[in-house]
Design a protein around this ligand. Structure first.
Ligand code: IPD
Ligand code: CA
Ligand code: CA
Length: 261
């Protein structure tokens, strides 16, 4: 029962904060810069407060890790991981890919997940061992068998460092060896597109736990596989992620290892 209660609260929080974000979509937005191109808007802040208030209203003693306000650890076995607005740059420019990502881990195992794609009004949800859903209907990863038949998606962080250079190489290689690589700018939604079978693989460097926590569970519950770029075990605190429909995973790892030796 606790899983359903957690999911209900996450869904409620996602809908409430999505309404707040939409209210700001035609207003002046940028309030701060975390880096030269790393924007923060009033919508990020208001959305995060609303999500946290909604969670704590029901579960006062749960721990929180949220992008804008950081960690509020209460030593609870329940920890919420919150990206109040994933795809802030898109939101600021009106590019139609941004959403909200909320997950709850129990004893460090991500157990429930919600991603709301605000622009398309799609709600992706998952409970551990109970499958993944889009708007209440089960979703599954694709059945694509080869890289040359695959559509991939990636993202580039705000720091244009050594990982960014490596990713440029991977971007070039996979653009040349698949049906294409998309770059939409909201990692949690990219992961949901993989879970729903729209794309066959996703990778990125330097994501944060709040970017990947919900998407990880949604992808795995939809039948996908997630590792580090070299195929090793992934956890949300690592700085790299490779996710796929499982079938092409080995080929992705092989190609990546040949490019970034
Ligand atoms: C960003 C998005 C983007 C990814 C960046 C993230 P934010 O999150 O998920 O797709 O490429 O690395 O930081 O800053 O919009 O919440
Ligand atoms: Ca994010
Ligand atoms: Ca964010």
């Amino acid at each position: 029962m606790i899983f359903e209660e957690l999911l209900d609260v996450a869904i409620k929080a996602a809908h409430l904060s999505s309404d707040i974000i939409l209210e700001f979509s035609d207003k002046s937005k940028v309030v701060d810069y975390k880096g030269r191109t790393d924007l923060v808007t009033i919508a990020d802040k208001k959305s995060e407060k609303l999500i946290i208030d909604t969670i704590l209203d029901k579960f006062q003693d749960h721990s929180i890790l949220a992008e804008e306000s950081g960690s509020n650890s209460k030593g609870s076995k329940y920890m919420w991981l919150i990206d109040p607005l994933d795809g802030t740059t898109n939101f600021v420019h009106g590019y139609p890919s941004y959403g909200i990502s909320i997950a709850c881990s129990i004893d460090n195992i991500i157990s429930i997940a919600v991603v709301k794609d605000i622009v398309n009004n799609d709600l992706y949800t998952a409970i551990m061992n109970k499958g993944a859903f889009k708007n209440g209907k089960p979703i599954n990863i694709s059945k694509t068998k080869t890289l040359i038949d695959s559509l991939l998606v990636t993202g580039f962080g705000y720091n244009h460092d050594v990982n960014w250079e490596l990713n440029m190489k991977l971007f070039k290689h996979f653009t040349d060896n698949t049906q294409g690589v998309r770059r939409l700018g909201a990692a949690s939604i990219d992961l949901c597109h993989l879970a729903a079978g729209i794309v066959d693989g996703f990778w990125e460097y330097d994501l944060k736990p709040w970017d990947t926590a919900a998407g990880k569970l949604i992808v795995e519950e939809a039948g996908g596989k997630i590792t580090k770029l070299n195929g090793d075990k992934f956890n949300i605190y690592q700085n790299q992620i490779l996710a796929s429909n499982k079938i092409i995973h080995k080929d992705l790892v092989l190609d990546i290892s040949s490019i970034i030796t």
